[in-house]
Design a protein around this ligand. Sequence first.
Ligand code: AHR
Length: 497
Amino acid sequence: LRAKMVVDKAFKIAEVDKRIYGSFIEHLGRAVYGGIYEPSHPTADSFGFRNDVKQLVKELDVPIIRYPGGNFVSGYNWEDGVGPVESRPKRLELAWRTVEPNFVGTNEFFEWAKEIDSEVMMAVNLGTRGVDAARNLLEYCNHPSGSYWSNLRRSHGYEQPHRIKTWCLGNEMDGPWQIGQKTPQEYGRLAYETAKAMRLVDPSIELVSCGSSSSSMPTFPDWEAITLDHTYDAVDYVSLHQYYGNKDNDTANYLARSMDMDHFIRTVISTCDYVKAKKRSKKTMYLSFDEWNVWYHSNSADAQIEPWSIAPPQLEDIYNFEDALLVGSMLITLLKHADRVKMACMAQLVNVIAPIMTENGGRAWKQTIFYPYLHVSKFGRGVSLQPIVDSPVYDAKDFTDVPYLDSAVVYNEADEELTIFAVNRHLQEALDFECDIRSFEGYRVTEHIVMEHEDLKAVNTADQENVKPHSNGSAACSNGFINARLSKASWNVITLR
Ligand code: AHR
């Protein structure tokens, strides 16, 4: 089986905004308590944050992290999470039916994000609350001093403002599961008025309007068309969320799901551009894919959890090898849309549908999906180039003409490095891959990283890392052509200089 590709310096999609390698920490399950924060852990720092977890997050080099939810934010009183920890209330947390102790709140999270060198993408509660709580939180975080909320922050030990730039106007407001779900008209009005007030507090912020909770919502894409009609002039991004699973154990179909993600992105772009045309606007709306991942392994275990405990093990998907392949293709899909998708968050980061897992009081370890995320975050900085792909295709249950070869290319001009990311979706056969890179004169392969495994269902545990990359790929370059054998069902990263 053969696949060919042409890559040319001139075929530029756009400069990759590094924030597409963002992630997400929600007050949910053991993401915060037992995940990033565990004061009794042997590696805990003076704030109670686990240094072993920080190390793994730093390895991923995550540029932006969404916080504090997710569904959680739609019932959150941010004031509960600031000030002396001893006087913070324990609250019933309705989204996930747990008890929230509020040991970690806005200031602590900001400290943690600084430690790992990441920006915060803050979400405001537009479920149970609205304009007033949002503008107060913004004043608390970003106003220098001399007002009630900024002085309160200073009295809490934060003399300097946090200067949080990116703000999400609520979360999944179209979903019936959301506390304070809204119709698109209700949300559009509320989001617009909240944006207006927030910009009066701090005009330098960027705002994200809530899009649909997934491409399968019955109100998609009307939701985008109606809400953006209200918010278009007041916001900079519209959000997308999408999770996939392989419940029917049909891997060929499962690995094609990134084509659904691609279609979702294209439809949202078209809808944004329709609103732009309708408004005779010059402004282009950008996309924030602020929740994406595989999520299904833990569904049945979650249904058994008794309500009202603190930090139970919720949404603890254990990812297998095939999940890492789909995650690779989802990252490739984001890169292909680098001209419009400017932010994205793998949901989530620690313990909850996450690349990093922890034991309470014990070890931290890497799931299979850690690796494609790491590779793209590390090598995917520069200009996303449009490869011209000629690949054999297959048909699956929900998709036709699925290319076996899925690929994206990034050229880092500053480092003079070219990186090809490629998934071979064929489950039985290797692909003989040939790539014309004649516009990159003199470039040689420096590394060919491969993730492959005989067992599509193989997983990692704290004891054993069964699924991990090696650098023994066969790629070689001569006379401007790369030749490589891409193993069946594999994730490949070919770097050249
Ligand atoms: O990431 C888990 C949940 O998925 C989030 O809380 C919610 O926004 C989405 O439905």
